[in-house]
Every structure is written in C-alpha cells, then in structure tokens.
Ligand binder design. Structure first.
Ligand code: ZN
Length: 206
C-alpha cells in the first residue's frame, strides 16, 4: 500500500557514516555519536527524472532508507531516498573545514520513492534494500549493519533539533556509492525477509 507523504517537507535530517564499510570507502573515521547534517526540505523530489546540476560533473548517488516522522517525531512512513552528493565539492569543503551545504543541498538533491506505512522497528531491522544503476547491483543495505540504530538516531535527532511533523530522516548509505551520468537508469527497492517487495522506484538521469 503506497501512501502520499505529508507535504511540505520542512527538514531532511541526514546521517553520515552510519555504515562502517561506507565510512571506510571514503576513508573517513567512524563517528562516536551520530553525524547529522541537513538537506533543505525543498530538495525533496518525487519526479521520476533526476536533473543533474550544471555546475559540477561529479554527482554521486547514496541510496538510503528514509522515514517520515509523525507529530511525535516517531516514524510514520517508510521509503527510499537518494542523498545526492556533489562529491568533489564535498571533498574540497571537507578539506577547508567548511559546511557541506553546497555539496548536499542543491536543487533536486533528494529524489524520493513512494512511501509505505512504517510498521515496527523489529520489522524495519529485517528489511533489505538494493540500488541498481543500468541494471548493475551497486548497493545493498540492511539496518542491522547500521552503526546507530533507527531508535538511537531518532532519539538523538529529537533531543538536539526542532523536529517537525513531516520531516524526513535519511538513515545513511551502505558502501558502493559512485557517480551518476546523464542517460543512467536507476532502480531501487526495499524487500522483506521473504523477498516480498515493499517499495520499488526507478529514475532516469537527465
Ligand atoms: Zn548519505
């Protein structure tokens, strides 16, 4: 059962380096507490097309499980998000110890799937997600491999930030991130333990 997400989405709370293998592939240390950054809520896109920005040639996909929060800050809906990242821009910002906004929060930087009702944390932890580019499987993820579990992330975010109903939380990306090019066809899915498909989304990169 697909559900329309609540709109507008005010904030997109993102978690960096929440899968150890991904932190390692970008040669980043593993954080001791959740590494939270923002994408503007206006980055959210439900278009089946991804328009790459003109000012960089180096946009990476990061496929992530996303939850939309209810008015209590509890997960209400579940879907997939791409945390699109201008990687070389981000690397330069990291080197100069500057904020990541330009690399993470450009127009269209958060393509989203349709969402389904969030069930329980136990069920969430049993899910798998996959990301394909031009039919090649490039990312596989499972919440059991998260450094900080969903309840820990939500507690951390609610206790530090002004969370609004309808906000999204992106729970981090597993290893296998890489570049996008115009003409790429992307597909991502969430499946249950018995391989039932809960969410599927395709995007065409323009
Ligand atoms: Zn990410």
């Amino acid at each position: 059962m697909e559900i329309s997400v609540m709109k507008p989405i005010m904030n997109i709370w993102c978690v960096g380096r929440n899968y150890v293998a991904h932190a390692a592939e970008l040669k980043n240390p593993v954080p001791e507490s959740p590494l939270i950054f923002l994408k503007a809520g206006s980055c959210a896109s439900f278009s089946p097309k991804i328009n790459l920005p003109q000012w960089t040639k180096d946009i990476h996909y990061e496929c992530e499980l996303a939850v939309q929060l209810d008015r209590h800050g509890e997960p209400k809906l579940l879907g997939l998000a791409l945390d699109l990242t201008a990687r070389s821009v981000q690397s330069a910002l990291k080197d100069s110890r500057s904020p990541w906004t330009l690399a993470k929060s450009f127009t269209g930087a958060c393509p989203l799937s349709a969402f389904v009702p969030f069930q329980t944390v136990e069920y969430f932890n049993s899910l798998n997600f996959r990301f394909y580019k031009n039919a090649a499987l490039l990312q596989t993820g499972n919440p059991q491999h998260m450094l900080f579990s969903l309840p820990v992330l939500l507690e951390y975010i609610r206790s530090h930030f002004p969370v609004n109903e309808g906000d999204l939380v992106l729970t981090g990306t597993p290893s296998g991130v890489g570049p996008l090019s115009s003409g790429d066809r992307l597909r991502a899915e969430i499946t249950a333990e018995d391989d039932t498909r809960l969410v599927e989304v395709t995007w065409d990169v323009i």
